[in-house]
Design a binder for this molecule. Structure first.
Ligand code: ARG
Length: 633
């Protein structure tokens, strides 16, 4: 690359990088191509190359070119864009080393990379960068020119299930999307902190503790805390509902129910939870045990999904003192006011126009003095800023909570922390429809993953020869099952609802998780059969790769770092997934044309180098999404 830069532009890579913002030709081939093209077009058009550089965009399919320019983007006055494009096209040198003469239609100029240079720069770059190809550690620097100033800090809050309640589809989506976003920012050089904000506080946990006192089973708790606590929770809730109906009935019959109410489960739960908020040691210890055991189980599931958290925070971790303090401040600043004994935020009074109306009138203290979900979020957010001084924070939460997060951010702003509110972002997502397990309607993540894994195991068994070569078929089936679920989740835009469809997601037909894994494993299998060393691939004669199929694969490979960068704008897993499927399609249609095993030795090496580069990029993309690429299946 360095040599090519000297030859093509008479500039070192560093000099090219310095000329344009966010330009890193040593890690992104397209930055090199854009820089070169900007130089050439600046000569032809007289336009400042710094205006040309960001106007060069990539295309949605290879037949439209590698880079495209819309002439109006260069803001040249006094001439029709169509004519400008035509003129510039004609003046474009015939002998440009990197591009053939552009194709002009209307005011669009489409540029096609010459095959040899792109093949001979991209493959070695991928060989050299390996698992880092696509990462760009400069983006997360506080000062891109001075790494000693340190990294920017990102908090991603995601997953956040509720203890003793089902880990439902919303939590699954948050887990998948959040894990992906954390990887994305980490690859972009940010200092990423992953926080799980558990639902683990409130009167219902007082009720749960009561249930454990009555019906709890130590053994069952230790063996399967999540299910045991859930069962207790369901049981006591049913009891409580029945009791409430009883009391209501007697009341209507004219009986005095004061005593009944005073001893009701509801009241006992309230008292128990009061002990918890008053920091009664026994009550707290019991509750902490439930929490710790649940976290231990969650961690096992997260590990299957390649996810870890730096902090298990949660509603319980927000202190009463902190909430009182903000409460007072809100009162002083007239952000909240009393309403029938409760404290509310009347946004309509605080925020003019439609927005104020949309934000409604949330309560932050109930009449009996208890804090709410929103109250805790306010303190938690400010606490996190104190603790981490983050540059940005993302909440990965279902779109059902859009209003809640808008209220939260607005309150932070009204408290005088406009700067902090501006660093917070809600990344939302739609619903999963039609999810159920063989046990019934309760959707525990573990059950879903097991069902899907079983299904994949059945499919694998159908091919006996292959099956016998897989070292640990259960583990592979588990990975394939997880890939199925994740790929389906990531196929559409986040905000879209989708229907959980076990048959579709586990199929090898179409753009599914198993198909992606298959495409990856297929390259591994070719590599095993070719039996070539890394050294042989590194020294392969890449000029032998002249077929359109080979060149097109390279053109797609070159797009990977740009795809990742674009994903930082969309924050959509589907941006990555769509790219990966384009890659798998290009690969699958090339196998007949570009045989490795059976070809003459030098050709075999060159083609294997090509496929190996594709293997690296597929693997990098899959890992970014949180998938574990398999080598055999
Ligand atoms: N535990 C909540 C639920 O299941 C999600 C928490 C979202 N995060 C937050 N900071 N409010 O609905």
């Amino acid at each position: 690359m360095e040599q090519l830069a000297q030859k093509v532009d008479g500039m070192s890579l560093d000099a090219i990088a310095d000329k344009y913002p966010n330009c890193h030709p040593e890690i992104n081939p397209f930055d090199f191509y854009r820089a070169h093209l900007s130089n050439v077009l600046a000569d032809i058009s007289g336009v400042d190359p710094k205006i040309i550089y960001p106007a060069l965009s990539w295309t949605s399919s290879l037949d439209k070119g590698d880079l495209i320019l819309a002439a109006p983007a260069l803001r040249v006055k006094g001439q029709k864009p169509d004519e400008l494009a035509k003129q510039w096209g004609e003046k474009f040198p015939d002998n440009d080393p990197l591009f053939v003469k552009p194709t002009v239609s209307n005011y669009f100029m489409a540029f096609y990379a010459r095959p040899a240079p792109i093949v001979e720069t991209v493959i070695p770059m991928i060989q050299k960068s390996g698992a880092n190809f696509g990462n760009n550690k400069f983006l997360g620097l506080k000062d891109p020119k001075d790494p000693s100033k340190g990294q920017k800090r990102m908090i991603v809050e995601f997953s956040s299930p509720n203890i003793a309640k089902p880990f439902h589809a919303g939590h699954l989506r948050s887990t998948i999307i959040g894990g992906f976003l954390a990887n994305l920012y980490q690859g972009a050089g940010w200092d990423v902190i992953r926080i799980n904000y558990l639902g683990d506080w409130g009167k219902q946990y007082g009720l749960l503790a009561l249930a454990f006192e009555k019906y709890g089973d130590e053994e069952a708790l230790k063996k399967d805390p999540i299910n045991h606590l859930f069962q207790l929770y369901v049981r006591i809730n049913t009891e409580m509902t029945a009791e409430k109906e009883q009391i209501e009935k007697r009341k209507q019959d004219g009986e005095d129910v004061t005593e009944l109410e005073a001893n009701s489960l509801d009241e006992q739960a309230r008292r128990y939870f009061k002990k918890m908020t008053d920091r009664d040691p026994d009550a707290l210890a019991q509750w902490k045990r439930f929490r710790d055991l649940s976290i231990t189980r969650y961690k096992e599931t997260y590990a299957r999904l390649n996810i870890h958290f730096d902090e298990y925070s949660g509603e319980s971790q927000v202190s009463e003192e902190a909430m009182e303090k903000v409460g007072k401040e809100m009162e002083e600043k007239k952000i909240c006011k009393e309403d029938k004994g409760a404290m509310i935020v009347d946004f309509q009074e605080l925020v003019p126009g439609k927005e104020g109306k949309r934000l409604e009138k949330p309560i932050i203290r109930k009449r009996d003095g208890t804090a709410l979900y929103l109250t805790r979020d306010i303190s938690e957010l400010l606490g996190r800023y104190e603790k981490y001084k983050f540059d940005q924070m993302i909440y990965v939460v279902a779109s059902a909570q859009d209003l809640h997060l808008r209220q939260l951010f607005k309150i932070i702003e009204l408290l005088g922390h406009k700067d902090i509110a501006a660093k917070c972002q809600h990344v939302n997502f739609g619903l999963v429809l039609g999810m159920s397990t063989r046990k019934g309607t309760v959707k525990f993540l573990d059950d879903i993953l097991r069902d899907v894994a079983d299904k994949m195991h059945e499919t694998m068994k159908k091919n006996e020869t292959k099956y016998s070569q897989v070292e640990n078929p259960e583990a592979t089936a588990d990975i394939l099952g997880i890939s199925s679920v994740m790929a389906q989740d990531m196929t559409g835009k986040r905000i879209n609802n989708y229907t959980f469809n076990m048959d579709a997601m586990t199929s090898f037909e179409g753009d599914t998780g198993p198909y992606l894994q298959y495409a990856h494993a297929r390259v591994s299998s070719i590599r095993r059969r070719a039996n070539l060393s890394d050294e042989e691939l590194a020294t392969a004669d890449l000029s032998l790769l002249t077929e359109p199929h080979a060149v097109n694969i390279v053109r797609l490979l070159a797009l990977w770092p740009d795809t990742v960068q674009n994903t930082l704008r969309t924050l959509e897993p589907t941006t990555v997934l769509t790219y990966l499927f384009r890659m798998t399609h290009a690969l699958s249609s090339s196998y007949d044309q570009l045989q490795v095993v059976g070809s003459e030795r030098e050709l075999m090496k060159a083609r294997m180098a090509l496929y190996d580069a594709a293997h690296t990029v597929l693997g990098n993309g899959m890992r970014l999404l949180g998938l574990s690429p398999v080598e055999r299946m």
